[in-house]
Design a protein around this ligand. Sequence first.
Ligand code: AMP
Length: 426
Amino acid sequence: MSTLKAVRGTRDLLPPETELWNHIEATARRVFARYNFGEIRTPIFEDTSLFARGVGEETDIVSKEMYTWEDRARAQSEKSQSLTLRPENTAGVVRAYIEHKLGETGLLQKLFYIGPQFRRERPQKGRYRQFWQIGAEVIGPPSAGSESPLRDAEVIEMLATLLDELGIVGWKLEINSVGSSADRARYVAALREALAPVKDRMCEDNQRRAETNPLRVLDSKDAGDQEIIDGLPKIAEYLDAESTENFRQVLAALNACAVPYTVNPRLVRGLDYYTRTTFEFTHGGLGAQNALLGGGRYDGLSEVLGGPKAPGIGFAMGEDRLVLTLQAQAAEAKAALADAFVAPLGEGLNAEALKLARELRGAGLRVELGDGGFRLKKSFEMGNKLARKIVLLGEDELSSGMLTVKDFATGEQVKIARTNLTEALR
Ligand code: AMP
């Protein structure tokens, strides 16, 4: 009999890796609690039409990636129904908001979720068919402040805090505004006009997008088309005064908290109920699938699903990608050389060498300590394996306060005053 394996695009999470998953989830829960979010758990499958309406029929997710089946009626009183494994969680949260009349509280609903999502994508590093998202939504009646640009900035600032608290180093935030649906309609008309004379020179995919959904041309990674895309009109030029002011306020609040960002005019979403702010956090260590998370405002979604006016903003973070990033960082840290190898020249200098290592470590340097019992040759060999530089501490060095430092990469050997040593080793 052939052995059974986990289905393509799915995988088992085993110890010790599951500890890292739990750590990420615990950190997210702790940060969400400080911002006063509460947890929501929606069903893993829903009526297919929720996603057709809430994510959009023309998206890749709905048109080709959903796990959908016909659920047969089991009794005469039941109807058969088309069901779908959730490909994302925003539609489910907004459905629950409407179903439980959460808007009637008159307050903002701040809800987070953690759970698996399902998409039939081509599996590769960082892209799976069952993957985990950690996400949150801030949604409510306009009287509760749900339309305020402060909500956008607050959510983005929370994400910067969460990534920092997780210890993710080197994340980048890209942000843009897609304006109101009227702004976007004017922009799409301008894009069509600009694409008409050049689209024949673009790849097949982009020729099709230029016809069906010109905004998607902006996402294209096709190398040959980049020059044309860079020359296309930018959405910022089509925002009306209100949308422009709104975006300015989001950025001003981020500036006030010193959250670094880049405005990326190509970051757009194609559907009408996406409005104003869109953003993405990326990480260079992830390769082709470099998005850690994506989010944005969806002021028209509740109405599309038959609910009351309930502007909202949210995001979804790829937990699998957080795990990959943290694992890569840990492997890199393990492989990295120490800043210095401190070598006492003789056993009588061991205590002084420990004192020097303590000084350097206190300044945040990564330091290996040799032993005065080693011969000089052995100290150099060991230092070369473990550190970028070796610091020799002999009687002369101790009394003169001038230490001998050799850089293993360049072979250069210099005398450095003890007071300047930390700077020289950094
Ligand atoms: P989206 O719902 O498409 O905006 O995706 C939000 C985030 O979920 C992305 O930035 C990724 O980090 C993550 N993500 C989306 N699709 C996948 C997938 N197939 N496998 C792993 N992570 C994913």
